[in-house]
Ligand binder design. Structure first.
Ligand code: FAD
Length: 157
């Protein structure tokens, strides 16, 4: 059985920020970030994107303070950020801070158990977290492309 200092579940905005920050504060800690998806991004993982998807957010309102969404992402001021840009931004955040070695994709967390630290039998977790079980996530089968209805506007999430 593998033992680590910290397990983070979810490679979305919050999980990635937690991973990056914890590593900065505890550089020698062993950390694993698990996600059932096959790419980082959470809501903005590649398999959850669809053509025309845009975020509700304008440029400058959906980014980490230490990693600006600069001109290289191609979003103009006042424009909604496309979903694929949000995804590539989060992937570049991972690459920029060297987080990928800590991330395990296609890995679903199925059980998390707490330690009954005070031994009173109520399992209230005084001793922290003990067991995390995972299982490989089956890969979705490729779907045929869906046709876009005429006169549909770009959907926003
Ligand atoms: C459809 C939709 C559209 C949205 N649009 C916007 C928007 O335009 N602008 C905005 O500001 N916010 C939007 N949001 C809110 C959005 O959730 C947040 O902005 C942000 O993406 C949340 O990040 P997160 O890291 O908290 O969670 P998420 O991005 O949801 O990431 C959670 C990750 O945890 C993983 N996970 C969960 N359970 C397990 C498990 N048991 N084992 C392994 N992995 C697991 C999931 O696979 C997922 O990748 C939207 C949310 C949804 C659902």
């Amino acid at each position: 059985m593998e033992s680590v200092d910290l397990v983070i579940v979810g490679a979305g905005w919050h999980g990635l920020a937690a991973l990056k920050t914890y590593r900065q504060v505890h550089p020698t800690a062993t950390i694993v970030l698990l996600d059932s998806a096959s790419s980082v991004g959470g809501v903005w993982a590649t398999q959850r994107l669809y053509p025309g998807l845009k975020s509700n957010n304008m440029l400058g309102t959906y980014e980490y303070s230490d990693f600006p969404m600069d001109a290289s992402f191609g979003v103009q001021p006042g424009d909604h950020i496309p979903g694929e840009v949000v995804h590539s931004y989060l992937q570049r955040y991972v690459d920029h801070f060297g987080l990928m070695p800590c991330i395990r994709l296609d890995t679903a967390v199925t059980v998390i158990e707490r330690v009954d630290g005070d031994g009173d039998g109520d399992g209230d977790g005084d001793g922290g977290w003990e067991t995390i079980q995972t299982q490989p996530q089956p890969q979705p089968q490729p779907q045929p492309p869906k046709s876009t209805p005429p006169n549909s506007s770009s959907p926003r999430v």
